[in-house]
Design a binder for this molecule. Structure first.
Ligand code: PMV
Length: 311
């Protein structure tokens, strides 16, 4: 039996979420410890097996939409019948926490179907298929997640174009999960409504976020963690002003700062989900993780960014 494997990882947005929807830059970090893996093999039953649903592809519930879309779109592109494949999908990326779970599961499926068919998709082709699934999951999206879950390096992303970010010194981050979900569609939709009512105010906030993001790109290259942290904190304040924070997120941000983080902010679309904190070293990472847990974080992860020399 012919089979194929595919995987993709989680991501966290360092800075620039929401503003990226309006053409500003954003920077995303790879979370390599969080993985989605898909395996695909020929079968007459056409079964989908995921952490949430096992059964025929055709009976998959609505919330499987992005996965089913990724599967059907890649099968169609590669001239195979989706109903003649068994797909097993496993993911350690929690759902709707801004960590890229929908894009990573879609990317894993696309890659597995391509490997099964013995076809090497170009990055652009793979991206387009993942983005099709992302549109089902979130409505219109900037395309950042679809790139970030397939990039091992941190990415700067603007108007559809990803570029690798220079990192001059190692950085340690702690991610705290509030355990609450935030709907990307609701957060993006709410921001759009606010902009319809108060365009000048919202556009000004987006410009400020863009400036902070550009400055973070420079600070990352310089290895200036203090400056990155300061900008992260300012970005959180602006995102809260836009209405996409939540008490549980603010509590984790405050706890991280009090425990010695250089900066902390919500990451992803907000309303729920996770907080990303930049910490001076591993020892502080433990303290910040404990502080976040003490105020309600249901899970914490530590992730490091290593220096690179690529363009
Ligand atoms: O919550 P996530 O990880 O899906 O991030 C969404 C990021 C936004 O900027 C809010 C939306 C987008 O399409 O870029």
């Amino acid at each position: 039996v012919q089979s194929g494997l595919g995987s993709a990882h989680g991501k966290a947005i360092l800075i620039g979420e929401h503003a990226v929807v309006y053409g500003a830059p954003a920077i995303a970090l790879p979370l390599l410890d969080l993985q989605a893996t898909a395996s695909v093999r020929d079968s007459r039953r056409g079964y989908l097996t995921t952490d949430l649903y096992t059964g025929p592809l055709n009976d998959a519930p609505k919330d499987m939409g992005p996965i089913v879309t990724a599967l059907r779109a890649s099968a169609e592109k590669l001239d195979v019948r989706a109903e003649r494949l068994d797909v097993i999908l496993r993911s350690t990326i929690p759902f709707e926490r801004g960590l890229g779970s929908s894009a990573a599961t879609a990317a894993a499926v696309v890659r597995a179907v391509a490997n099964h068919a013995g076809v090497r998709l170009s990055p652009a082709e793979a991206h387009e298929l993942v983005q099709t699934a992302e549109t089902v999951a979130h409505g219109t999206s900037s395309g950042l997640d679809a790139h970030a879950v397939q990039s091992l390096a941190p990415l700067r992303f603007q108007q559809g174009k990803p570029t690798t970010v220079q990192v001059g010194a190692g950085l340690t981050f702690v991610i705290g999960d509030t355990g609450t979900v935030g709907s990307t569609a609701a957060a993006v939709g709410g921001t759009r409504m606010l902009r319809d009512i108060q365009p000048a105010v919202v556009d000004r906030v987006m410009e400020d976020l863009a400036d902070l993001t550009d400055d973070v790109a420079v600070a990352l290259g310089d290895g200036d963690a203090v400056r990155v942290g300061r900008n992260m904190h300012e970005a959180h304040t602006l995102l809260a002003y836009l209405g996409v924070s939540a008490p549980a997120l603010d509590a984790l941000v405050a706890a991280a700062l009090e425990a010695g983080a250089y900066g902390a902010k919500l990451t992803g679309s907000g309303l729920g989900g996770c907080v990303l904190a930049l910490v001076p070293d591993q020892e502080l990472a433990g303290k910040v993780a404990a502080a976040m847990t003490a105020v309600g974080a249901t899970r914490v992860w530590t992730t490091s960014l290593t220096p690179n020399t690529t363009d």
